[in-house]
Design a protein around this ligand. Sequence first.
Ligand code: FMN
Length: 322
Amino acid sequence: VKAETPLHSLLGMTAPVILAPMALVAGGALASAVSAAGGLGLIGGGYGDRAWLERELDTAGKARIGVGFISWALENQPDLLALALKREPCAILLSFGSVRRFASTIHNAGIPLIVQVQTVADACIAVSEGAAVIVAQGTEAGGHSGTRGTIALVPAVVDAVSPIPVVAAGGIADGRGLAAAMMLGAQAVLCGTAFYAARESLAHVNAKRATLDASGDQTVRSALFDAARGYVWPPQWQARSLVNDFQKRWSAEAGISSDRLKLMQEEYRNALTTGDTGTMAVFVGEAVNLVQSEESATAILHRIMNEAHCRLSGHRSLGASA
Ligand SMILES: Cc1cc2nc3c(=O)[nH]c(=O)nc-3n(C[C@H](O)[C@H](O)[C@H](O)COP(=O)(O)O)c2cc1C
């Protein structure tokens, strides 16, 4: 899996692995570790916590990193884009909403715009609005996603936006996934779940521990944790996380009144301070089966690369063609 495509020179990568901009999880240390190992680390600008973003950009220092934002949240705090651009990131990734308002600012700064999409139609819109790279994200992903599966979405997006480079995301956490993504026409993969429990990740220690023996069978997409956190997400995107007691209990309640919602939000806030994974969301995807130990980001990336090399050089013949 040599980094020899136009995408790799555009983003300065030698390994086709991009760290997903996980809100409050992918900070400066994790992003710079992934970049130092040859991939590309993206800091998770998420919902726009300015102090958090400044601190994590400081932590990354002069490292070759990029920054990701949630587009609809950035609409409310567009100055955060200027803050990120001042640090001369090597890319900006936008997901979940129109990029029309931001594309020319990013382009004028000479920085590649990566847009993460969940449908073929949105991939075409993103290209028309100025995306230099498309991430096709399947519903297997941790965190927010749409409803299409990675294996059918990626080649459809590759065909629709060619020659714009496409990155595959959603359910990819080892070398088998990377090799498969390359076969589908992707030039790299973008991984969140694979790095969630990395040593440099800012996820709560209890949340990291909860992923180590969890199965993708225990993940579900829902809007419940957005309500608990007070976020109003557009309905086409829901977030995948481990099922827990809080979610089961509140999901069973039909038509939550505003008083009950306040109670739910208070219960959720309290759990964040205690790190109670029976209540707080552990946003990981179906690939959580493949996360079995807390490793360094470098070890994770090297393992994915080595496995993919083995798969691609030794893959079995399909037998005689018809
Ligand atoms: C904990 C977590 C937080 C995430 N936060 C964001 C985010 O703030 N912005 C974003 O564009 N994507 C976010 N994502 C989705 C990722 O960008 C990516 O699509 C996903 O992690 C890929 O699937 P995987 O988890 O199977 O690797 C998040 C994912 C996770 C696991």
